[in-house]
Design a protein around this ligand. Structure first.
Ligand SMILES: [Zn+2]
Ligand SMILES: [Zn+2]
Length: 174
């Protein structure tokens, strides 16, 4: 019996050794894509934002735990890079309603997308003078108060009278 266990353990060590950094990256995309769909945010959203909103472990961590895989230099580096990227976010994301309130995480919560979309891109396109898809830049101007308009400006715009959810609702902008 001990021998068989040894063989299995050797296989596990080899199995995880064969996964290159880019293999791990491709595997991780599966969970990131699922999370984005579940969170009703665009697939172009940075995966780190989806992981932060869902407050969940990386697929590679899940896979390693499920199959008792031995950590390899590649998996260690991959997970370190992911954690580093998660730190490298716009920290105002952490004060969006999706992060300060967990109501939207309940089953069948109909307004979930309103919370997650504010967090994902700050609804920038809804209030920026520049129309169409673009990344917020220094030249962006708020159509409500005419001031500078960065990613999460809508949350703190002093002259905004309508709710965030008004701006998050597509039906108000068709
Ligand atoms: Zn803009
Ligand atoms: Zn404004």
């Amino acid at each position: 019996m001990a021998q068989i266990n040894n063989i299995i353990n050797k296989y596990k060590a080899k199995y995880s050794n064969h996964l290159t950094y880019s293999n791990l990256k491709r595997l991780e995309r599966v969970k990131a894509a699922y999370l984005k769909r579940m969170l009703c945010i665009s697939k172009c959203t940075q995966s780190r934002i989806a992981y932060i909103l869902a407050d969940t472990t990386y697929f590679i961590e899940d896979m390693m735990a499920t199959h008792s895989l031995v950590p390899t230099p590649q998996s260690i580096r991959f997970l370190e890079d992911r954690r580093q990227k998660a730190k490298d976010i716009n920290h105002r994301l952490l004060s969006t309603p999706a992060m300060t309130n967990s109501e939207w995480k309940k089953a069948n919560y109909h307004l979930r997308h309103l919370y997650t979309r504010v967090a994902a891109h700050g609804l920038h396109h809804r209030i920026c003078l520049t129309k169409g898809y673009h990344s917020p830049s220094n030249g962006c101007q708020c159509t409500i108060n005419g001031g500078p308009c960065d990613t999460y400006h809508i949350i703190e715009c002093k002259e905004r009278t309508l709710t965030l959810f008004h701006y998050a609702n597509d039906a108000n902008f068709t």
